[in-house]
Design a protein around this ligand. Structure first.
Ligand code: G3P
Length: 198
């Protein structure tokens, strides 16, 4: 049963809310326009802030719900590994969605979602840093990279070291999904949130 729950977590993470929301409300496929990323930032860029916000909430929840339920339903001592496995499965589901031909988004919002039920205060600290970087630089990708780089340190400082291995794996994957953003940031070509009307 627990393996099935990991699979359900993967499928939950796979739901391509960015594509569904942008296509339903604006007839736009975010995989074909803007940064071509089916994620919050690109939906906000192409469809407007409120649709980006809706995508953000849905992408967070599709990660939070299966991980929360795995903690709620399964015995913590027998299945200590399960929340991490479900968290990782939902995170990967977003990045390699079977509904999008095993392509997908960059994992930022769903990654935040899966981590909410595990240890909230260190995540909140990393999210605050992310918001600060976005506010100061205007680059959402720089904020996302800051968040995932800060996470292992936040887990350490908030006495939640058991989540450090998961956060390091997620950092490696987020660095990989943000390769094109990092190249643009280094060249000074990344689109700022402040003037990102495509
Ligand atoms: O959520 C992903 C964000 O970090 C960058 O998105 O569309 O600017 O590549 P985008």
């Amino acid at each position: 049963m627990e393996i099935i729950w990991v699979l359900i977590s993967f499928l939950s993470g796979s739901i391509p809310f960015a594509v569904v929301i942008a296509k339903t409300f604006k007839g736009i496929d975010p995989r074909k326009e803007g940064s071509k990323n089916p994620g919050t930032t690109n939906v906000a860029r192409l469809c407007g802030f409120q649709y980006g916000l809706l995508t953000l909430v849905c992408d967070i929840l599709k990660g939070t719900v299966p991980v929360f339920l795995s903690i709620w339903f399964f015995d913590k001592t027998d299945y200590e590994w399960l929340p991490s496995a479900c968290a990782f499965a939902a995170f990967i589901g977003h990045i390699k969605s079977p509904f999008l031909g095993f392509h997908g988004g960059k994992g930022v919002a769903t990654g935040i979602g899966v981590l909410i039920p595990l240890a909230f205060p260190p995540l909140l600290a990393a999210v605050c840093l992310c918001v600060l970087v976005i506010a100061l630089t205007g680059y959402v990708s720089a904020g996302a990279l800051t968040l995932y780089t800060a996470l292992p340190f936040c887990y350490y400082f908030f006495d939640s070291s058991r989540w450090i291995p998961l956060s390091l794996v997620m950092l490696a994957i987020v660095l990989w999904t943000h390769k094109s953003n990092m190249k643009r940031l280094l060249k000074g070509e990344e689109k700022s949130w402040r003037k990102s009307k495509n």
